[in-house]
Design a protein around this ligand. Structure first.
Ligand code: GAP
Length: 459
C-alpha cells in the first residue's frame, strides 16, 4: 500500500469539516486547531467510549470534573513549577527559538550517533551543540544563546492586579484534580481501596516546537484514569492498565500492527515505571497513551504542601497508609489523528476508478447514516421524513445534490458507514436500500427496521 502523506489527511480534515487551523482568518495561532462539525462528533464518540470502558463498565471507578484553574500550590506540590520544563535556546542571528534536545537528537540521528537527548542535562546539551557546531534550522548559523529551562505551564492572573501574588496556571494535566479530590471521593462515595478516579478535560502546555498537525498542540483534551491501590499491588495494576490501554485503543478500530509499547528510558519526576503506547503516524511513531506507576509521590507531596493528612484508613485492618497510584492517560486529539490516518485509504475499484474512503468503525464515524433521495423532486419529502426519524437515534446527514454515485463517494470520504437511498419502490412499500460503505453491497429493508439495523452495529 502507498505510504500515506499527512498532507492528504490535513486537506481532508479542512475541506470536509473535521479540523480547521485555529483563528485562520487572522493568520492562525501556532499549534492551535478547531474541530469542525465532523471532528467534534468523532471527539465525542471517543470520549463516550472511553467513559463507558473506564467508568460505566469498570468496577469501582468514579468520574470527576475538577477545575482547570487550581490553587497554585497544587503545581508546587506536583513538581510542575520546578520540573515541567523544556531546554530552550535562541538563535542570536535570526532570533528564532529552538528546543535544544530536539536539535541535538536530530543531529545525532542524521550522523548515526547513538545518544538519548531526552536524558541529557543542560550542560551536556550545551557541550554537544558547541562540539558539533550544530546550526540553526532556520538560518544555518551556529550562534546560539546558552540553553535555559523554559516552563511549559501557561500563567495567567486571578483578580484585578497582575502581580506574582495572583498568578494562577492553566492546568498542564488533569491528573492533579483527582489527587486533590481523592479523599473527597473516597469518603463521599463510601468506597474502599482499590478504586479509580477518571476525568476528561482540557490541558494546556506552552509548546513551541512545530506540532505535526494536531499531534502537538498547546491546548488539548486528556482522558485520565487514576487507580488508587495499596503498595505491593501497584506492579500488578501497572501491567493491567498497560494491557487495558492497548485493548481500548484497538477497540476504537486502530490496527494492532500500527501500535507498539515503548518503555520510558527517562522517567518523569513522579514515576517508578512508565510505558507509552505509540502509533505509527505518517511522520513516524508518536505517543498516544501512557501508563505510569506514580507511586504515592503525588498524594505525599499534597500532604506535605497542604498540611492535610492524605492517609487512607483500611476499615478491615485499621492500617493507615497513603495509596499508590497507577495512571492511564490518553490524548483525545492524538487518538483522532491516529483514527483518521489508520482508516484512510485510496482504493481502486473493479471498474478502474478510485475512491478515498475512511474505514471508521460505525461507532467512531461522525454520521452513522446518510439519507439520499434518488430523485430530488419525487423522493425528497419521503427521504426527509426518514432522515428526521433517524436523527432521534444517531447523527445522520442528508444529501440530495449530484448523482447518486457522487453522493456515495462523498459519504465514503467522510467515513459514513451506511447510505440509505429512497427510490420509487419506497413510495409504494416503505422499503429502502441500505449500502454498506466497505463492501459497497446493498440490501433492501423496511424503513421501520432501519433504527435497529444501525443501532445493532453501534454496540
Ligand atoms: N498525567 C500524565 C500526563 O499528562 P503526558 O504523557 O505528559 O502525561 C498524557 O500526557 C497524554 O496527553 C499523552 O499520551 C498524549 O496523548 C497527550 N498529550 C500530551 N501533550 C500533548 C500535546 N502537546 N498535544 C496533544 N496531546 C498531548
Amino acid at each position: 500500500m502507498e505510504k500515506l502523506n499527512i498532507d492528504k489527511i490535513i486537506n481532508l480534515c479542512k475541506t470536509k469539516g473535521f479540523i480547521y487551523p485555529g483563528s485562520e482568518i487572522y493568520g492562525g495561532l501556532g499549534n492551535t486547531w478547531d474541530y469542525g462539525p465532523l471532528g467534534i462528533e468523532i471527539k465525542n464518540n471517543i470520549k463516550k467510549e472511553w467513559w463507558r470502558q473506564f467508568i460505566q463498565c469498570s468496577e469501582n471507578s468514579y468520574g470527576l470534573d475538577a477545575g482547570i484553574l487550581m490553587n497554585p500550590r497544587v503545581w508546587e506540590a506536583s513538581g510542575h513549577i520546578q520540573s515541567f520544563t523544556d531546554p530552550l535556546m535562541d538563535c542570536k542571528n535570526c532570533k528564532t527559538r529552538h528546543r535544544a534536545d530536539n536539535l541535538v537528537q536530530d543531529y545525532a540521528q542524521k550522523h548515526n550517533i547513538n545518544i538519548n537527548a531526552d536524558g541529557m542535562s543542560l550542560e551536556q546539551l550545551d557541550e554537544f551543540v558547541t562540539e558539533h557546531k550544530i546550526v540553526c534550522p532556520n538560518c544555518g548559523n551556529h550562534n546560539f544563546t546558552s540553553i535555559r529551562k523554559f516552563n511549559l505551564m501557561f500563567e495567567t492572573y486571578r483578580g484585578v492586579t497582575k502581580d506574582n501574588q495572583n498568578i494562577v496556571y492553566l492546568r498542564p494535566e488533569t491528573a492533579q484534580g483527582a489527587y486533590v479530590d481523592f479523599l473527597n471521593i473516597q469518603r463521599s462515595m463510601r468506597t474502599k481501596i482499590p478504586f479509580g478516579i477518571a476525568q476528561i478535560g482540557k490541558a494546556f502546555r506552552n509548546e513551541i516546537t512545530p506540532g505535526n498537525f494536531t499531534f502537538r498542540t498547546v491546548e488539548f483534551e486528556q482522558m485520565e484514569h487514576q487507580w488508587f491501590c495499596k503498595q505491593g499491588s501497584d506492579e500488578k495494576y501497572y501491567d493491567y492498565y498497560k494491557q487495558k490501554g492497548m485493548d481500548f485503543i484497538s477497540s476504537l478500530g486502530i490496527k494492532k500492527e500500527n501500535l507498539r509499547y515503548k518503555d520510558h528510558e527517562k522517567l518523569a519526576h513522579y514515576a517508578k515505571n512508565a510505558c507509552d503506547i505509540e502509533y505509527l503516524f505518517p511522520f513516524g511513531w508518536g505517543e498516544i497513551n501512557g501508563t505510569h506507576n506514580r507511586t504515592n509521590y503525588d498524594l505525599k507531596r499534597h500532604q506535605e504542601f497542604s498540611g492535610k493528612c492524605q492517609d487512607y484508613l483500611d476499615p478491615v485492618t485499621n492500617e493507615k497508609f497513603i495509596p499508590y497510584v497507577v495512571e492511564s492517560t490518553y490524548g483525545v486529539e492524538r487518538l483522532i489523528l491516529a483514527l483518521l490516518c489508520d482508516s484512510f485509504d485510496t482504493e481502486t475499484l473493479e471498474d478502474g476508478t478510485t475512491r478515498d474512503v475512511l474505514h471508521l468503525s460505525p461507532k467512531m464515524a461522525a454520521y452513522k447514516v446518510a439519507v439520499l433521495p434518488l430523485m430530488k423532486k419525487e423522493h425528497n419529502d419521503k427521504a426527509l421524513d426518514i432522515y428526521k426519524k433517524l436523527c432521534h437515534y444517531f447523527p445522520c446527514t442528508f444529501d440530495d445534490a449530484g448523482s447518486i454515485g457522487k453522493r456515495y463517494r462523498r459519504q465514503d470520504e467522510i467515513g459514513t458507514p451506511y447510505c440509505v437511498t429512497v427510490d420509487f419502490d419506497t413510495l409504494n412499500d416503505d422499503t429502502v436500500t441500505i449500502r454498506d460503505r466497505d463492501s459497497m453491497e446493498q440490501i433492501r429493508i423496511h424503513i421501520n427496521d432501519l433504527p435497529k439495523y444501525v443501532l445493532d452495529k453501534l454496540i
